[in-house]
Ligand binder design. Sequence first.
Ligand code: NAP
Length: 294
Amino acid sequence: MKIGIVGLGLIGGSLGLDLRSLGHQVLGVSRSQQTCRRAIERGAVDDASVDIALMARAEVVFVCTPIEAIAPTILQLKTHLSPSAIITDVGSVKMLVVTAVKDLWHNFVPGHPMAGSAESGIEAAQNNLFVGRPYAIATTQTTPEDASEVIEEIARSLSAKIIKCSPSLHDRAVALISHLPVMTSASLIETCMQESDEAAIALAKQLASSGFRDTSRVGGGNPELGVMMAQYNRQELLRALDAYRQQIDRSIDYIKREDWAALKELLQQTQLSRPQFLKKTDCDPSSSGQKSLK
Ligand code: NAP
């Protein structure tokens, strides 16, 4: 299949690497000449250009630009693609994209691979990024079923796990498990940095180990992504942050009142609940199977 990718960064580049190794012909478009050159050198695309006209030959186009550029990119693609071409996106927020693209292209399949890293750009692209990861297909009533099936088949060939949902439910769910963690993890780092006792913060930096590494990871990632989550999923993120604040208040209350039984019960519940969100290998990265995700 001839597959186009617009936006050759972490996600676009990683898709290109895998799709090429599956035997597809991959054509890439990005803003900068340098990115196009590196994408070719890294083997993420067969050909690349800053001119979107290169997409004319593509049967399927993945739009992997930052969210705000998705609809403008599709508007540009309109004049070049064959009417039967399928466009899909990988944006981390779906309601805004679906609303903006609604009248632009009929054969549009809203998607969101739940995979990433703290890095960005073509140099961060990696093979097998999507293996074992959820891949949300957030269709609406107007999404053509045959187009959706083509994208699902491609995602399945990357060994991703297809999850079908509505765009609004997608946004509420990712606010909880993706966008809220970025904000709380950032708050954790900032709380440490606001410590007024210089000796304490200096020692904390020396003592920080695996617990701090795990809990601070997403708060120490790409700032643009974090702002994008807040900006484009504002309502759902605010709802999640409000709920989180209530939970913090609850813990503060237990500790102030020295209600250790209530605190223990809460922590017993969270210990039991965590595996409902993660595969065993993700709960415990030391268990076997993690290597295959690299
Ligand atoms: P990224 O590494 O910064 O890559 C985005 C690339 O898009 C940049 O390298 C840039 O290439 C290119 N670009 C920017 N504006 C463009 C435009 N107008 N036309 C063509 N290319 C343009 O970002 P990313 O992490 O791959 O994220 C891309 C999309 O994936 C976003 O919509 C994001 O929501 C979604 N996503 C991200 C993650 C994650 O964890 N990172 C996970 C799932 C989905 P140049 O170098 O040419 O400027």
